[in-house]
Design a protein around this ligand. Structure first.
Ligand code: GSH
Length: 321
């Protein structure tokens, strides 16, 4: 058993989990990982719902203490771990105020609506969603969302002590799918995201001007919690195939340049490697789910071949009877 202080419950492909992981990587802090595969509904098990009644990832455990909400996890990790860069500068300083404001500003982007909205309406992507076909198949994706809502209704019946939490999650999830299937609504969110990118470009311009030629990030020469949000946000936009729209070299050169530079950061490379493991997991799960069909098909083919080879013997056996 490892003596790491923290255990992170997370899913590699989850946006909010990625913020927490990136913070831990930045701090250089080893941690135990518990993968909660949200594609398989592991966040809805009663064991997990008891730890986080909202049934969401990420969740950080430090001994008996449980911290939920990605922004709170970043604050907590930064406060507890003295190594690595200071991610959350003192909110009483001017840079601290700016970091706080920008974290709230980026966190206000309804990335889940943008993500699911694009999965339901892939034609809104400009360069194409960079995900395996089995995830982006709209028909299958819609079926999965219906199964998800139904499973929450069932769980509410099955686990009376958690009934209220399951009902709250059921209602929230149902409303969320309605919002994301509504193309007009998704378009509005995409426009809001565009305005926010425009503002972030201005912030980078200010940061560049004040950096005196040094390497600069969102609020100055120190990479901090505001950058964590920006990195994860940009990677999601690239995954959804919207980078041409938001970080176009001619329209927003500083965001474009930032995207090129962040890939050189060790923590970001580690994050990206971790995200990739989610896709391997999805493919592996799909292969496992296909095993029974492959076995039945194999047996059927084997029986067919045997029958063809032994046709005359089988007919004779019947005739004799
Ligand atoms: N405000 C929360 C949002 C967490 C969240 O929405 N997590 C998503 C994954 S990115 C999730 O757990 N979804 C599973 C579900 O809705 O059942 C945070 O910042 O941690």
């Amino acid at each position: 058993m490892s003596d790491n202080k923290f255990t992170l419950y997370y899913f590699q492909a989850s946006y909010y989990s990625q913020k927490a992981i990136l913070a831990l990587f930045e701090k250089g802090c080893p941690f135990n990982r518990k993968i909660i595969n949200i594609q398989n509904g592991e966040q809805k098990t009663p064991e997990y719902m008891k730890m986080n009644p909202q049934g969401l990832v990420p969740l950080l455990k430090d001994g008996d203490k449980i911290v939920v909400e990605s922004e709170k996890i970043i604050d907590y990790v930064d406060d507890q771990v003295k190594s690595g860069p200071k991610l959350v500068p003192d909110p009483n300083t001017s840079v601290g105020k700016e970091v706080k404001r920008l974290r709230e500003f980026i966190d206000a982007i309804r990335i889940e609506i943008v993500t699911y909205g694009l999965l339901f309406n892939p034609e809104l992507s400009t360069t194409g969603i960079k995900l395996p076909k089995m995830v982006t198949n709209v028909k299958r994706f819609k079926e999965k969302t219906q199964e998800n809502v139904a499973s929450l209704e069932e769980a509410a019946q099955k686990y009376p002590d958690l009934r209220d939490n399951y009902i709250a999650k059921y209602q929230k999830t149902k409303k969320f799918y309605e919002d994301t299937m509504n193309k007009e609504n998704v378009i509005e969110h995409l426009e809001d995201t565009e305005h926010r990118c425009e503002y972030l470009e201005e912030c980078l311009k200010r940061s560049k001007e004040s950096s005196g030629g040094e390497e600069y990030w969102l609020t100055g020469t120190q990479f901090n919690a505001a950058d964590i949000l920006l990195v994860v946000f940009m990677d999601r936009i690239v995954m959804l195939g919207l980078e041409d729209r938001y970080f176009c070299k001619t329209k927003r050169p500083l965001l474009y340049d930032y995207l090129q530079r962040i890939g050189q950061r060790k923590s970001v490379q580690m994050l990206r490697a971790d995200v990739k493991t989610a896709f391997t997991m999805t493919l592996w799960n799909a292969a496992k789910a296909a095993v029974p069909y492959v076995v039945v098909l194999g047996l059927a083919i084997g029986a067919g071949v045997w029958l063809m080879k032994n046709k005359s013997r089988v007919i004779n056996a019947f005739v004799e009877k």
